[in-house]
Design a protein around this ligand. Structure first.
Ligand code: SAM
Ligand code: MD0
Ligand code: SF4
Length: 369
């Protein structure tokens, strides 16, 4: 089918607005030759520039409870892991961390938790605490809020949206059902998928994501990109699996440092106007440049030092050293010819996206900022 000589042509067609098909996605995702990868990344940066100029958004990350009822095979916070000391942060601690993040220049606060049994109770869910927290974080910071609480039902989605949550993040990890069942044992694929649809119906923007290096094939990655397109996700991510003690999933047999950046670049071409994270949670600050050069436009997992907060894939990496901060990220951005966006620019993007998704009929949130 495709050969190297045809790559510039294919990239130009995609930049001109043609949607890549499944075979083309597979071909692009499998590119590893240095010259081809360079062409792919350049095309991804052109697509980003066209929609976002040279501006990048910053997401502050508050993982406020590391308790979880699930046993995902890739996750350090899985229920069966007894090697860590878990925490649940108080409202005062969360608000203080949110304030510090806002002062440091982030554009959004991401409130994340494991599926903490305190919130997910047998026979029902009790999210009042999170609802209150959303309102208070918004009031304290004036910033939009993303919630990453795990799988929720439609009623909960309505309540979180009404409380002011702008975004619901929930990563399928893979759209290959057999692989999903291995990664997230005992968790229903369709229920997780439906949670995203429900969140959108409730009026929130949605993020889907995939894990790389967990046994997926290039065809699986292509299928994930197609599925994310069908979902019409507003933010799409890929993160490499970070193996750790206490996690049963084995590291990939052959590490492939290009897999994540190449997937970011293909996502950028498939979804030129969407948000695509470069997460500091995978390789810390040292991994930022390669992700930005592949076309990412949001730096995520910014964590204030000294706030007793952890990451997910890399719980501690670079946090105490103040390297997961906007100040530390700024020179890396500058080296890539990029700079931080303004708060207003992020708000404008949100508003434009909402008016596309909800045609002006988004259910009103309490205390809209
Ligand atoms: N508990 C909620 C859930 O699972 O949806 C919210 C937590 S969410 C921040 C956890 C995400 O971090 C997962 O969906 C996965 O994509 C990512 N993650 C967890 N462990 C990881 C690891 N070891 N390496 C890379 N990514 C990981
Ligand atoms: C990140 N550690 O962005 C965070 C997390 C949850 N919405 C985001 C995976 O890398
Ligand atoms: Fe729990 Fe989320 Fe980790 Fe799975 S990925 S074990 S649901 S915190």
């Amino acid at each position: 089918m495709m050969n190297k000589r045809k790559l510039p042509l294919l990239l130009n067609e995609i930049l001109d607005g043609r949607r890549p098909g499944r075979q083309e996605l597979r071909y692009l995702l499998a590119l590893r030759d240095a010259r081809c990868v360079d062409l792919l990344f350049r095309a991804a940066r052109r697509a980003r520039r066209r929609h976002f100029g040279d501006r990048v958004f910053f997401y502050g990350f508050i993982y406020f409870s590391t308790y979880c009822r699930n046993n995902c095979r890739f996750c350090y916070y899985r229920r069966a892991n007894r090697e860590l000391v878990r925490y649940r942060r108080s409202e005062a601690q969360i608000l203080e961390a949110a304030r510090r993040l806002a002062d440091s220049g982030v554009h959004l606060i991401d409130l994340t938790m494991g599926e903490d049994p305190l919130f997910f109770q047998d026979g029902g869910v009790s999210f009042e605490k999170l609802e209150k927290m959303i309102g208070r974080v918004r009031a304290r910071t004036g910033l939009p809020v993303m919630v990453s609480p795990g799988v929720i039902d439609r009623g909960t989605a309505d309540r979180l949206a009404a409380a002011g949550a702008d975004w619901y993040a929930c990563y399928q990890e893979t759209h290959n059902r057999r692989l999903y069942d291995r990664l997230r044992p005992g968790q229903d694929y369709d229920v997780r998928w439906q949670a995203k649809r429900d969140a959108r119906k409730a009026g929130m923007l949605i993020e889907d994501g995939i894990l790389a290096g967990v046994g997926e094939s290039p065809a699986d990655l292509a299928d994930s990109i197609i599925a994310m397109g069908r979902l019409d996700a507003d933010q799409v991510r890929v993160m490499s699996f970070v193996p750790r003690d206490g996690i049963p999933l084995a590291p990939p047999e052959t590490p492939d440092p290009l897999r994540e950046p190449v997937t970011i670049a293909v996502m950028r071409l498939a979804f030129p106007d969407r948000l695509i994270p470069a997460s500091l949670d995978v390789e810390g600050l040292s991994g930022l440049k390669s992700r930005l050069e592949a076309g990412a436009n949001v730096v995520t997992s910014l964590i204030p030092p000294g706030a007793d907060l952890a990451g997910v894939a890399n719980c501690r990496l670079d946090i105490q050293e103040s390297l997961r901060t906007p100040a530390a990220v700024a020179p890396v951005l500058a080296g890539c010819g990029l700079a931080a966006a303004t708060r207003d620019a992020y708000r404008r993007w949100l508003e434009a996206r909402r008016s596309r998704c909800f045609s002006g009929h988004r259910p009103a949130a309490n205390g809209e900022v």
